[in-house]
Design a protein around this ligand. Structure first.
Ligand code: 16G
Ligand code: ZN
Length: 530
């Protein structure tokens, strides 16, 4: 307690701020997060003790948000996001005003959670390229020190690498070993599986990778070396030290929200060529291509889900495993209606509230769960049982054997802990190579309905409550009936309103068969909540 008290005094909580551990952990202006980092260090240590000394991860990043923002989130022992019930504890600890209050809150917490303080604790942490990162990591280290946990600094790396490391460390030497617990181990695992997947396929055209001027640039360059000639990566927007460059007019979020090519790529990308954008911490991926006339076409998370789910379904069938391994899809309300229609005609589709934890948990209920948010965050997870079935399976024909090997390599190329832009990119390229698809052919799996997303600043977003996976508003009363009434007037109309989990706004989404109608519907629904 003495160490905690002394160090806590050095990391005072700013008096005017209320912190909240939300869908993306704590996230706000980087220069207000010092006390939060210190306390998260302690919390990570306690979480590790609760898990009997298993390694807990801490990622310092604000992802696609502007450069001055920063944030922090915890990673559980299997490389997954922090268990939901601890989010409220994190929030409570972060908001204790004085050192005395903080220590009292810690005391209550460890007692009610029955945390045995004599247990060992291990924490591994990493940060993205934000300028506020080093100081925040120093505060985090003070917290880790204060609770007496063993620390491992994974340096500057992507969010998915940190998730990978946590799983790799905790499975080391077990029969579930996930890979070597290093960045090299990660790169080797992904590239080896990818090279096997595309061996013998026609050569893949070079791929432009927009790195959002973030940490993905470092990993993309390293990955390029591991891939060698199999897939030539052309990383662009790699200025990780230029002030203000991060996520600015580039990156996955820019592409998704603006539905346009990053201006920095206009001179790089040629008609017919495809490219992809990562976000600031490389856990989101957006694809796009220019058609022969130079027209931009976006291939978002829904398109990635459609492409990969179909391929995995075909492989399980060719391997003779389709009766034992069922593929399912998880989406959110933001999934384009075109994708939901296409997918639900082929596979079971579940809709859940926004945020990776919801998608991930729903995906775990399938043998193979393919989950993607439209914004490009997602992955594919194989249940432990299906992994066992796959590894024990004896194919009876050469064709079955080939399909089985592809399936095994896919499980290795995919980072199953969390959405991972580089891993997803390799999965997409492998599928495209197998199907001999161009961007255009991939795009034509189904047609996206025109859609519009608007944000509305309201006095209090907390009065907005939703149901049915955020597709309907229950509060304030009366609004949903008016939305229904509006939607009926538009062909192919669909619209919903939900409070943002990361910004102090309410979001409105609308789609319709015709572009102008989607826009009009969005603005009229926005008018209802304003
Ligand atoms: C967070 C979520 C992301 C979601 C977004 C929605 C994680 C790791 N990230 O960034 O999945 O799409 O929030 O933001 O869960 P919103 O609530 O502001 O619309
Ligand atoms: Zn991100």
């Amino acid at each position: 307690v003495h160490a905690i008290r002394t160090l806590s005094d050095q990391h005072p909580k700013p008096s005017h701020i209320h912190f909240q551990y939300g869908t993306a952990g704590f996230r706000t202006k980087g220069d207000t997060l010092d006390s939060v980092m210190f306390r998260v260090g302690i919390l990570a240590g306690l979480r590790s003790k609760k898990w009997d000394g298993k390694t807990i991860g801490v990622m310092v990043t604000a992802s696609h948000n502007p450069e001055p923002d920063n944030g922090v989130k915890l990673v559980d022992p299997r490389g997954e996001m922090l268990e939901t019930s601890w989010e409220a504890h994190a929030t409570a600890l972060a908001n204790a005003q004085s050192t005395d209050e903080f220590i009292a809150a810690l005391d209550t917490f460890t007692t009610t959670m029955k945390i045995d303080l004599s247990k060992p604790a291990k924490v591994v942490y990493a940060r993205d390229t934000r300028p506020s990162g080093p100081a925040l990591v120093a505060a985090l280290e003070d917290g880790i020190k204060a609770i007496g946990a063993e620390e491992r600094d994974a340096g500057v790396t992507t969010t998915p690498v940190l998730h990978y490391l946590v799983r790799a460390i905790n499975t080391k030497g077990t029969k579930e070993e996930y890979g070597d617990d290093s960045e090299e181990g990660y790169l080797r695992k992904l590239s080896t599986a990818f090279n096997k997947l595309v061996a013998g396929k026609p050569s893949i055209p070079p791929l432009v990778v927009d790195c959002a001027n973030g940490v993905g640039a470092k990993l993309a360059k390293e990955l390029a070396e591991y891939l060698g000639d199999t897939l030539q990566l052309i990383p662009v927007n790699t200025s990780t030290t230029t002030p203000g460059a991060l996520n600015n007019a580039c990156g996955a979020d820019f592409v998704k929200t603006q539905q346009t090519l990053p201006p920095s790529l206009t001179s790089v990308l040629k008609p017919g060529q495809r490219a992809c954008s990562l976000d600031g911490d490389a856990d989101r991926l957006m694809y796009y291509y220019l058609d022969d006339r130079g027209q931009f076409h976006m291939l978002d998370g829904d398109k990635i889900a459609a492409l990969s789910a179909a391929f995995i379904g075909e492989l399980t069938k060719s391997a003779g495993l389709d009766s034992q391994i069922k593929v399912g899809i998880v989406q959110t309300a933001y999934a384009n209606g075109g994708s939901t229609k296409y997918l639900s005609e082929r596979l079971p589709v579940k809709c859940v509230p926004t945020g990776v934890k919801h998608l991930h948990h729903a995906a775990e209920k399938f043998d193979v769960g393919v989950y993607f948010e439209a914004n490009g965050h997602g992955t594919v997870i194989f249940s432990p049982q299906s992994l066992e079935i796959i590894s024990a399976y004896q194919p009876s024909t050469p064709a079955q054997s080939t399909a089985l090997n592809h399936l095994i390599n896919l499980t290795e190329v995919i980072n199953q802990t969390v959405g991972d832009a580089l891993s997803d990119m390799l999965m997409v390229e492998a599928v495209l190579a197998h199907k001999s698809y161009s961007g255009e052919e991939w795009d034509s799996l189904y047609v996206d309905l025109p859609n519009r997303l608007v944000k509305v600043v309201v006095a209090d977003r907390n009065i907005f409550k939703t149901e049915d996976a955020e597709r309907r508003l229950v509060s304030p009363p009366g609004i949903q009936a008016k939305i229904d009434e509006l939607v009926r007037r538009y062909e192919g109309g669909r619209a919903f309103v939900r409070p943002s989990g990361t910004e102090d706004v309410v979001r409105v989404y609308a789609e319709a068969t015709v572009r102008t109608q989607a826009d009009e519907l969005a603005y009229r629904v926005a008018g209802l909540v304003y």
